[in-house]
Ligand binder design. Structure first.
Ligand SMILES: NC(=O)c1ccc[n+]([C@@H]2O[C@H](COP(=O)([O-])OP(=O)(O)OC[C@H]3O[C@@H](n4cnc5c(N)ncnc54)[C@H](OP(=O)(O)O)[C@@H]3O)[C@@H](O)[C@H]2O)c1
Length: 319
Protein backbone atom coordinates (compact mmCIF):
# COMPACT_ATOMS: atom_id res chain seq x y z
CA UNK A 1 0.00 0.00 0.00
CA UNK A 2 2.83 2.43 0.96
CA UNK A 3 4.67 1.60 -2.28
CA UNK A 4 1.46 2.18 -4.24
CA UNK A 5 0.99 5.64 -2.68
CA UNK A 6 4.69 6.51 -3.18
CA UNK A 7 4.40 5.42 -6.80
CA UNK A 8 1.38 7.67 -7.33
CA UNK A 9 3.19 10.63 -5.74
CA UNK A 10 6.26 10.01 -7.93
CA UNK A 11 4.02 9.79 -11.00
CA UNK A 12 2.35 13.09 -10.08
CA UNK A 13 5.79 14.78 -9.76
CA UNK A 14 6.88 13.43 -13.16
CA UNK A 15 3.61 14.65 -14.71
CA UNK A 16 4.05 18.09 -13.11
CA UNK A 17 7.67 18.29 -14.24
CA UNK A 18 6.69 17.36 -17.81
CA UNK A 19 3.80 19.85 -17.83
CA UNK A 20 6.07 22.64 -16.56
CA UNK A 21 8.77 22.10 -19.20
CA UNK A 22 6.49 23.24 -22.05
CA UNK A 23 7.21 26.77 -23.33
CA UNK A 24 5.08 29.21 -25.35
CA UNK A 25 5.88 29.40 -29.10
CA UNK A 26 7.05 32.45 -31.13
CA UNK A 27 9.37 34.15 -28.62
CA UNK A 28 10.63 36.56 -31.28
CA UNK A 29 7.11 37.92 -31.68
CA UNK A 30 6.60 38.50 -27.95
CA UNK A 31 7.43 41.76 -26.13
CA UNK A 32 8.33 41.65 -22.42
CA UNK A 33 8.54 44.89 -20.41
CA UNK A 34 10.74 44.74 -17.30
CA UNK A 35 11.14 47.51 -14.72
CA UNK A 36 14.36 48.15 -12.74
CA UNK A 37 16.85 46.75 -15.28
CA UNK A 38 19.92 48.72 -14.13
CA UNK A 39 21.09 45.99 -11.77
CA UNK A 40 20.18 42.80 -9.90
CA UNK A 41 17.39 40.44 -11.01
CA UNK A 42 15.95 42.88 -13.58
CA UNK A 43 19.27 43.31 -15.37
CA UNK A 44 19.96 39.58 -15.45
CA UNK A 45 16.42 38.79 -16.60
CA UNK A 46 16.62 41.35 -19.45
CA UNK A 47 19.86 39.77 -20.70
CA UNK A 48 18.54 36.22 -20.26
CA UNK A 49 15.26 36.84 -22.14
CA UNK A 50 17.16 38.70 -24.85
CA UNK A 51 19.35 35.60 -25.37
CA UNK A 52 16.25 33.40 -25.47
CA UNK A 53 14.88 35.51 -28.34
CA UNK A 54 12.17 37.65 -26.67
CA UNK A 55 11.79 41.33 -27.60
CA UNK A 56 12.76 42.92 -24.29
CA UNK A 57 11.71 46.43 -23.30
CA UNK A 58 14.01 47.24 -20.40
CA UNK A 59 12.96 50.05 -18.04
CA UNK A 60 16.15 51.61 -16.62
CA UNK A 61 16.31 54.14 -13.81
CA UNK A 62 19.63 55.64 -14.94
CA UNK A 63 21.20 56.60 -18.27
CA UNK A 64 24.28 54.57 -17.34
CA UNK A 65 22.09 51.49 -16.83
CA UNK A 66 20.45 52.03 -20.24
CA UNK A 67 23.79 52.45 -22.05
CA UNK A 68 25.44 49.44 -20.41
CA UNK A 69 22.50 47.15 -21.13
CA UNK A 70 22.26 48.25 -24.77
CA UNK A 71 25.98 47.59 -25.26
CA UNK A 72 25.71 43.91 -24.27
CA UNK A 73 22.33 43.05 -25.80
CA UNK A 74 20.95 42.30 -29.26
CA UNK A 75 19.15 44.98 -31.24
CA UNK A 76 15.84 43.33 -30.27
CA UNK A 77 16.24 44.92 -26.82
CA UNK A 78 14.88 48.45 -26.32
CA UNK A 79 16.04 50.36 -23.25
CA UNK A 80 13.74 53.07 -21.96
CA UNK A 81 14.16 55.57 -19.13
CA UNK A 82 11.72 54.74 -16.35
CA UNK A 83 11.08 56.09 -12.86
CA UNK A 84 8.19 53.98 -11.59
CA UNK A 85 7.45 56.52 -8.87
CA UNK A 86 6.77 59.21 -11.46
CA UNK A 87 3.47 58.86 -13.39
CA UNK A 88 4.71 61.07 -16.23
CA UNK A 89 7.71 58.79 -16.74
CA UNK A 90 5.45 55.71 -16.60
CA UNK A 91 3.09 57.20 -19.23
CA UNK A 92 5.98 58.14 -21.54
CA UNK A 93 7.33 54.59 -21.39
CA UNK A 94 3.84 53.20 -22.09
CA UNK A 95 3.47 55.45 -25.15
CA UNK A 96 6.71 54.04 -26.54
CA UNK A 97 5.64 50.46 -25.74
CA UNK A 98 2.36 50.99 -27.64
CA UNK A 99 4.27 51.89 -30.79
CA UNK A 100 6.64 48.93 -30.39
CA UNK A 101 4.07 46.20 -29.80
CA UNK A 102 1.44 47.32 -32.36
CA UNK A 103 -1.69 45.18 -32.73
CA UNK A 104 -0.14 42.13 -31.06
CA UNK A 105 -0.19 43.75 -27.64
CA UNK A 106 2.32 43.24 -24.82
CA UNK A 107 3.08 39.64 -23.81
CA UNK A 108 4.30 40.39 -20.27
CA UNK A 109 5.20 43.06 -17.76
CA UNK A 110 7.60 42.22 -14.93
CA UNK A 111 7.21 44.58 -11.98
CA UNK A 112 10.72 44.21 -10.61
CA UNK A 113 11.94 47.73 -9.66
CA UNK A 114 12.21 48.16 -5.91
CA UNK A 115 14.12 49.71 -3.03
CA UNK A 116 14.75 48.44 0.49
CA UNK A 117 15.84 51.55 2.39
CA UNK A 118 15.08 53.10 4.81
CA UNK A 119 14.62 50.04 7.05
CA UNK A 120 14.65 50.28 10.84
CA UNK A 121 12.37 49.85 13.88
CA UNK A 122 9.08 51.65 13.13
CA UNK A 123 9.57 54.29 15.82
CA UNK A 124 12.83 55.42 14.18
CA UNK A 125 10.99 56.48 11.02
CA UNK A 126 8.64 59.20 9.78
CA UNK A 127 5.60 58.84 7.54
CA UNK A 128 7.64 60.37 4.70
CA UNK A 129 10.07 57.43 4.93
CA UNK A 130 7.06 55.16 4.30
CA UNK A 131 5.66 57.29 1.50
CA UNK A 132 8.92 57.37 -0.46
CA UNK A 133 9.30 53.58 -0.49
CA UNK A 134 5.60 52.88 -1.10
CA UNK A 135 5.79 55.24 -4.09
CA UNK A 136 8.32 52.88 -5.74
CA UNK A 137 7.54 49.41 -4.37
CA UNK A 138 3.74 49.58 -4.33
CA UNK A 139 2.29 52.57 -6.21
CA UNK A 140 4.96 52.07 -8.90
CA UNK A 141 3.83 48.46 -9.40
CA UNK A 142 0.18 49.53 -9.63
CA UNK A 143 0.86 52.48 -11.95
CA UNK A 144 3.03 50.48 -14.37
CA UNK A 145 0.55 47.58 -14.43
CA UNK A 146 -2.56 49.68 -15.02
CA UNK A 147 -0.82 51.68 -17.74
CA UNK A 148 -0.02 48.58 -19.83
CA UNK A 149 -2.97 46.35 -18.85
CA UNK A 150 -5.00 47.07 -22.03
CA UNK A 151 -1.98 45.96 -24.11
CA UNK A 152 -1.59 42.80 -22.01
CA UNK A 153 -5.32 41.98 -22.32
CA UNK A 154 -4.92 42.28 -26.10
CA UNK A 155 -2.13 39.67 -26.07
CA UNK A 156 -3.81 37.50 -23.38
CA UNK A 157 -0.45 37.89 -21.70
CA UNK A 158 0.99 37.98 -18.19
CA UNK A 159 1.69 40.24 -15.24
CA UNK A 160 4.64 39.10 -13.13
CA UNK A 161 4.94 40.83 -9.77
CA UNK A 162 8.16 40.65 -7.77
CA UNK A 163 7.08 40.65 -4.12
CA UNK A 164 9.23 38.98 -1.44
CA UNK A 165 8.98 36.49 1.39
CA UNK A 166 8.59 39.70 3.38
CA UNK A 167 5.21 40.06 1.73
CA UNK A 168 4.25 36.95 3.72
CA UNK A 169 5.92 37.59 7.07
CA UNK A 170 7.05 40.83 8.70
CA UNK A 171 9.98 40.25 11.08
CA UNK A 172 11.48 43.78 10.92
CA UNK A 173 10.13 47.33 10.95
CA UNK A 174 9.85 49.96 8.24
CA UNK A 175 8.05 50.25 4.92
CA UNK A 176 9.62 47.29 3.06
CA UNK A 177 7.30 44.56 4.39
CA UNK A 178 4.33 46.97 4.23
CA UNK A 179 5.04 47.58 0.54
CA UNK A 180 5.48 43.88 -0.26
CA UNK A 181 2.27 42.88 1.59
CA UNK A 182 0.59 45.50 -0.62
CA UNK A 183 2.10 43.96 -3.75
CA UNK A 184 0.77 40.53 -2.68
CA UNK A 185 -2.74 41.97 -2.18
CA UNK A 186 -2.67 43.76 -5.54
CA UNK A 187 -1.32 40.61 -7.20
CA UNK A 188 -4.03 38.36 -5.74
CA UNK A 189 -6.98 40.59 -6.63
CA UNK A 190 -5.60 41.28 -10.10
CA UNK A 191 -5.18 37.51 -10.68
CA UNK A 192 -8.91 37.03 -10.06
CA UNK A 193 -9.95 40.12 -12.03
CA UNK A 194 -7.87 39.19 -15.06
CA UNK A 195 -8.64 35.45 -15.23
CA UNK A 196 -11.78 35.97 -17.37
CA UNK A 197 -9.66 37.87 -19.93
CA UNK A 198 -7.14 35.05 -20.28
CA UNK A 199 -4.44 37.14 -18.55
CA UNK A 200 -2.26 35.27 -16.02
CA UNK A 201 -0.93 37.06 -12.93
CA UNK A 202 2.07 35.45 -11.25
CA UNK A 203 3.98 36.33 -8.12
CA UNK A 204 7.69 35.87 -7.31
CA UNK A 205 8.58 35.80 -3.60
CA UNK A 206 12.37 35.51 -3.30
CA UNK A 207 14.28 34.93 -0.09
CA UNK A 208 17.63 36.69 0.52
CA UNK A 209 19.81 37.14 -2.59
CA UNK A 210 23.02 39.11 -3.02
CA UNK A 211 21.97 42.35 -4.78
CA UNK A 212 21.95 46.06 -3.90
CA UNK A 213 18.73 45.52 -1.94
CA UNK A 214 20.64 43.32 0.53
CA UNK A 215 23.96 45.20 0.41
CA UNK A 216 25.16 45.01 4.03
CA UNK A 217 27.22 48.21 3.80
CA UNK A 218 24.26 50.24 2.51
CA UNK A 219 21.84 48.73 5.05
CA UNK A 220 24.20 49.45 7.97
CA UNK A 221 25.00 53.00 6.78
CA UNK A 222 21.29 53.68 6.54
CA UNK A 223 20.72 52.41 10.09
CA UNK A 224 23.57 54.54 11.48
CA UNK A 225 22.25 57.66 9.70
CA UNK A 226 18.75 57.08 11.11
CA UNK A 227 20.22 56.57 14.59
CA UNK A 228 22.15 59.85 14.39
CA UNK A 229 18.93 61.71 13.56
CA UNK A 230 16.86 60.16 16.41
CA UNK A 231 15.61 62.38 19.23
CA UNK A 232 17.57 61.81 22.48
CA UNK A 233 14.62 60.19 24.30
CA UNK A 234 14.33 57.45 21.64
CA UNK A 235 18.11 56.91 21.75
CA UNK A 236 17.85 56.56 25.54
CA UNK A 237 15.07 53.94 25.17
CA UNK A 238 17.18 51.82 22.83
CA UNK A 239 20.71 52.49 24.11
CA UNK A 240 23.95 52.52 22.10
CA UNK A 241 24.43 48.76 22.67
CA UNK A 242 21.20 48.06 20.72
CA UNK A 243 22.64 49.77 17.64
CA UNK A 244 26.00 48.03 17.95
CA UNK A 245 24.46 44.55 18.45
CA UNK A 246 22.07 45.11 15.53
CA UNK A 247 24.93 46.08 13.20
CA UNK A 248 26.91 42.95 14.15
CA UNK A 249 23.81 40.77 13.80
CA UNK A 250 23.02 42.21 10.37
CA UNK A 251 26.43 41.07 9.09
CA UNK A 252 25.90 37.63 10.57
CA UNK A 253 22.37 37.17 9.17
CA UNK A 254 23.34 38.37 5.68
CA UNK A 255 26.30 35.96 5.72
CA UNK A 256 24.05 33.06 6.78
CA UNK A 257 21.12 33.75 4.48
CA UNK A 258 22.32 35.49 1.31
CA UNK A 259 22.40 33.40 -1.86
CA UNK A 260 24.60 34.69 -4.68
CA UNK A 261 23.00 32.57 -7.42
CA UNK A 262 20.60 35.15 -8.88
CA UNK A 263 19.66 32.70 -11.66
CA UNK A 264 17.45 30.88 -9.12
CA UNK A 265 15.18 33.93 -9.16
CA UNK A 266 15.61 34.71 -12.86
CA UNK A 267 14.68 31.10 -13.80
CA UNK A 268 11.43 31.49 -11.87
CA UNK A 269 10.75 34.80 -13.64
CA UNK A 270 11.48 33.17 -17.01
CA UNK A 271 9.10 30.31 -16.17
CA UNK A 272 6.36 32.75 -15.18
CA UNK A 273 6.79 34.55 -18.52
CA UNK A 274 7.45 31.68 -20.91
CA UNK A 275 5.93 28.46 -19.53
CA UNK A 276 2.66 27.29 -21.04
CA UNK A 277 1.56 26.38 -17.49
CA UNK A 278 3.19 28.87 -15.10
CA UNK A 279 2.84 28.54 -11.31
CA UNK A 280 0.76 31.05 -9.38
CA UNK A 281 3.63 31.64 -6.92
CA UNK A 282 7.37 31.06 -6.95
CA UNK A 283 9.52 31.11 -3.81
CA UNK A 284 13.15 30.96 -4.95
CA UNK A 285 15.84 30.48 -2.28
CA UNK A 286 16.27 27.82 0.40
CA UNK A 287 15.60 30.37 3.17
CA UNK A 288 12.25 31.23 1.56
CA UNK A 289 11.17 27.60 1.19
CA UNK A 290 12.40 26.15 4.46
CA UNK A 291 12.43 29.08 6.87
CA UNK A 292 10.37 32.21 6.08
CA UNK A 293 7.35 30.55 4.43
CA UNK A 294 6.92 27.81 7.08
CA UNK A 295 7.21 30.55 9.73
CA UNK A 296 4.56 32.61 7.96
CA UNK A 297 2.05 29.74 8.47
CA UNK A 298 2.77 29.39 12.20
CA UNK A 299 0.62 30.96 14.91
CA UNK A 300 1.88 34.48 15.75
CA UNK A 301 2.61 33.48 19.35
CA UNK A 302 5.25 31.01 18.09
CA UNK A 303 6.83 33.19 15.40
CA UNK A 304 6.83 36.27 17.70
CA UNK A 305 8.57 34.29 20.41
CA UNK A 306 11.23 33.12 17.97
CA UNK A 307 11.93 36.55 16.47
CA UNK A 308 11.96 38.29 19.87
CA UNK A 309 14.41 35.69 21.18
CA UNK A 310 16.87 36.23 18.34
CA UNK A 311 16.74 40.01 17.90
CA UNK A 312 18.54 42.60 20.07
CA UNK A 313 16.50 44.16 22.93
CA UNK A 314 16.19 47.91 23.58
CA UNK A 315 17.85 49.10 26.83
CA UNK A 316 14.53 49.55 28.65
CA UNK A 317 13.01 46.27 27.38
CA UNK A 318 10.50 44.61 29.72
CA UNK A 319 11.01 41.18 28.14
N1 LIG B 1 17.69 40.77 -3.34
C1 LIG B 1 16.82 40.18 -2.56
O1 LIG B 1 17.19 39.47 -1.61
C2 LIG B 1 15.34 40.35 -2.79
C3 LIG B 1 14.47 39.52 -2.09
C4 LIG B 1 13.11 39.64 -2.30
C5 LIG B 1 12.62 40.55 -3.21
N2 LIG B 1 13.49 41.37 -3.88
C6 LIG B 1 12.91 42.31 -4.83
O2 LIG B 1 13.49 42.11 -6.10
C7 LIG B 1 13.34 43.30 -6.87
C8 LIG B 1 14.66 43.60 -7.58
O3 LIG B 1 15.61 43.95 -6.62
P1 LIG B 1 17.12 43.44 -6.65
O4 LIG B 1 17.30 42.56 -5.49
O5 LIG B 1 17.47 42.95 -8.00
O6 LIG B 1 17.90 44.80 -6.28
P2 LIG B 1 18.50 45.95 -7.20
O7 LIG B 1 19.72 45.46 -7.89
O8 LIG B 1 18.65 47.15 -6.34
O9 LIG B 1 17.37 46.18 -8.29
C9 LIG B 1 16.33 47.11 -8.14
C10 LIG B 1 16.29 47.95 -9.38
O10 LIG B 1 15.22 48.90 -9.27
C11 LIG B 1 15.72 50.14 -9.72
N3 LIG B 1 14.95 51.25 -9.16
C12 LIG B 1 15.04 51.83 -7.95
N4 LIG B 1 14.17 52.84 -7.84
C13 LIG B 1 13.52 52.90 -9.03
C14 LIG B 1 12.49 53.73 -9.54
N5 LIG B 1 11.97 54.73 -8.82
N6 LIG B 1 12.07 53.51 -10.80
C15 LIG B 1 12.60 52.53 -11.56
N7 LIG B 1 13.57 51.72 -11.14
C16 LIG B 1 14.01 51.89 -9.88
C17 LIG B 1 17.15 50.17 -9.28
O11 LIG B 1 17.89 51.14 -10.00
P3 LIG B 1 19.29 51.70 -9.38
O12 LIG B 1 20.18 50.49 -9.27
O13 LIG B 1 19.74 52.69 -10.37
O14 LIG B 1 18.89 52.27 -8.05
C18 LIG B 1 17.58 48.75 -9.60
O15 LIG B 1 17.96 48.61 -10.91
C19 LIG B 1 12.89 44.37 -5.89
O16 LIG B 1 11.51 44.58 -6.04
C20 LIG B 1 13.19 43.77 -4.53
O17 LIG B 1 12.36 44.27 -3.53
C21 LIG B 1 14.83 41.29 -3.70
Amino acid sequence: MVLYVLGLVALWFVYRWYKETKRVPDKKGKHVYITGCDSGFGNLLARHLDKLGFCVIAGCYTEKGEDELKKISSDRLTAVHLDVANSESVSKATALIKTLVGQKGLWAVVNNAGVSLPSAPNDWLTVDDYKSMLAVNLCGVIDVTLSVLPLIKKAKGRVVNVASVFGRISPFGGPYCVSKYGVEAFNDSLRLNMAPFGVKVLCIEPGFFATNVTNGVLVKDNLKKLWDKLPQDVKDDYGQTYLETTLVQLDERFRQLKDSDLMKVVSCMEHAIAAVHPRTRYSPGWDAKFFWLPFSYMPSCISDRFFLKYTPKPKISVL
